[in-house]
Design a protein. Structure first.
Length: 224
């Protein structure tokens, strides 16, 4: 919940017309003790052309000057959602690539820039000067002896299974290398977004995984 002027505000997605997906509004409840709640009128409801088909995910926060604001995604009559980004085909013409438009960069503050940082195997390097919850990360890794990467086994047809078998802590020929997010200070609990590189048919394949085994028993994976 958001705490504002001595009151806890809970915003949640809700369909006031039935237990089905759709007609989404932002419902609003308040409390002073987090036990007893009072339901108020909906905070955000479809009312404009850009959100006429639903008011979807977003965030509620407080700006400097004690000003509460809500940012959310709306869906228009054609079920379109607007995200300021550029989209183009990859060199192989098999994937769509996307990147935020340049104007978004003007919103970034407190830049922390590290160049040519050598990382030893199994080492952890902490980035200071930023809050992880507000970080917009751009990172480039340069790996030596990439040609010695592990060969992709033809039997590895399930990226999810491969991610769970490899894990962020199991050393390979080229990786894994990762970013630790949602990490406690002592690293007792952490989530690693990690990458492993393999060779398949004389080309490189990157396996990208989210290892949540240090937080929960569920691991989410993808292959790019």
């Amino acid at each position: 919940p958001m705490y504002y002027n001595g009151v806890y505000h809970l915003f949640y997605q809700y369909n006031p017309y039935g237990a089905i997906w759709g007609n989404i509004v932002w419902a609003h409840s308040i409390s002073t003790d987090l036990v007893n709640w009072v339901h108020l009128d909906h905070t955000v409801s479809p009312s404009e052309p850009f959100d006429i088909n639903g008011c979807w995910s977003g965030s509620a926060t407080i700006l400097p000057g004690n000003k509460p604001v809500i940012l959310y995604t709306g869906e228009d009559a054609n079920k379109r959602q607007s995200i300021p980004r550029k989209i183009w085909l990859s060199r192989t013409e098999r994937q769509l690539l996307q990147w935020p438009i340049k104007e978004i960069e003007t919103l970034r503050k407190n830049r922390v820039n590290l160049q040519k940082k050598d990382l030893a195997s199994a080492s952890v390097f902490k980035i200071s000067g930023i809050k992880a919850s507000q970080a917009d990360v751009e990172v480039s890794f340069e790996l030596p002896k990439l040609e010695e990467a592990e060969l992709m086994d033809p039997r590895w047809v399930d990226p999810q299974l491969l991610c769970s078998e490899k894990g962020a802590s199991i050393q390979g020929q080229a990786g894994p290398f990762s970013l630790l997010v949602l990490a406690f200070k002592d690293l007792e609990e952490q989530t690693a977004i990690f990458f492993g590189i393999f060779i398949e048919n004389k080309r490189y394949v990157v396996l990208m995984c989210s290892d949540q085994s240090r937080l929960a028993s569920v691991t989410i994976h993808s292959r790019v």
